[in-house]
Design a protein around this ligand. Structure first.
Ligand code: PHE
Length: 343
């Protein structure tokens, strides 16, 4: 009887010692097997109970069970302790990382070409005193057509291969609706530049996307004339292509929301006598433009007898393609690293 008690006391002390020396999960697992395993010390003590009398069983049975439970709990606590000190060691190690260390073949991200171009365009217009504005891509018939002097039965609607979402809602086919929204939201005079995404239901090829970007410039004040439009368009294109001697020429163009309407070409920034970019003509077609139509001003509550304005718009990809010699518009949405890396 005394032997069992002495045995329990001794195993308790030994377990305590074993736990205090175990520093790793592996060492702890060995302690567990030694004491709580199928042939461990505690199991052996349990087995020896069967040789004892009924009274002794009644006395030592519960004592052994208590020892077993205490052993399980100490092991669990120790396991938690080891886990915590491992975490601490890891943090310590991380603190010694050299974050400036050079790793060969490291890939760095870069800004998307859209971000670069829109920043360049916005900087040019801001330097001329314009505000940068935007409008919704999901538009109503009113802003995309009606207020721009394109009523429901107007043939000009055919040129806009529109993605209709419902009878009245569409994905905007140009950035010109931002002209109307700007007039409604600001006091006169107005000078805004609106870059943004537009949608047209077109078949894809190297120069057509169904989802592309346009930039829109609008200036309304007293006494605005064609000269202001031409001077602004030329200054803008000279700044964008970085060519002080870039010239412009105009041809008649038709857009229902301007009168007169113009197409503005720039002299080729790359050659003086014909190259592949200008298709050997020396000129590149770049802007749709004109003086804001009196109907547009009237529709938005501006008196065309007092105020006048100009507007021009362009394809952002087209400008970027010419500037950087990109030959396929589909590259802009391709996510090709070899393409994106260059900007
Ligand atoms: N919105 C016209 C288009 O998409 C371009 C344009 C803008 C023309 C402003 C004149 C004035 O083709």
């Amino acid at each position: 009887m005394l032997d069992i008690q002495a045995e329990i006391n001794q195993q308790e002390r030994a377990l305590k010692k074993a736990l205090s020396t175990a520093q790793t999960e592996d060492a702890l697992e060995k302690v567990r097997i030694n004491y709580l395993g199928r042939n461990g010390h505690i199991a052996n003590l349990m087995k020896s109970l069967k040789n004892l009398s009924v009274d002794q069983k009644r006395e030592f049975g519960p004592k052994l069970n208590a020892f077993k439970q205490a052993a399980e709990q100490s092991l669990a606590e120790k396991k938690h302790g080891i886990f915590k000190s491992q975490l601490r060691a890891q943090h310590e190690e991380n603190r010694n990382f050299d974050v400036t260390a050079y790793e060969p073949n490291q890939k760095f991200g870069s800004l998307h070409i859209y971000t670069h171009i829109i920043e360049q365009l916005s900087n040019i217009f801001m330097s001329m005193g314009y505000d940068i504005v935007d409008g919704p891509e999901l538009e109503t018939d009113y802003y995309n057509f009606e207020a721009l002097n394109i009523p429901a039965d107007h043939p000009a609607r055919d040129h806009h291969d529109t993605f209709w979402v419902s009878d009245n809602l569409l994905l905007r086919t140009h950035t010109s609706p931002v002209q109307i929204r700007s007039i409604e939201n600001s006091d006169l005079p107005i000078a805004v530049f609106a870059p943004g995404r537009v949608y047209r239901n077109e078949a894809l090829d190297a120069s057509h996307e169904f989802n592309f970007m346009q930039g829109e410039c609008l200036y309304i004040d007293k006494k605005i004339s064609l000269s202001n439009l031409l001077a602004t368009a030329q200054a803008f294109l000279q700044a964008f292509f970085g060519k002080d001697d870039l010239k412009i020429r105009v041809r008649p163009g038709f857009f229902p929301f301007v009168e007169p309407g113009l197409e503005i070409d720039a002299s080729c920034p790359f050659c003086s006598n014909g190259c592949s970019t200008c298709k050997k003509t020396g000129w590149i077609e770049l802007l749709g433009a004109g003086l804001v139509h009196p109907n547009v001003l009237k529709c938005s509550g501006i008196d065309p007898e007092i105020y006048s304005g100009f507007a021009f718009g362009f394809g952002i990809e087209r400008l970027a393609m010419i500037k950087y010699g990109i030959d396929d518009i589909r590259l802009f949405h391709s996510s090709k690293i070899e393409f994106l890396d260059q900007f």
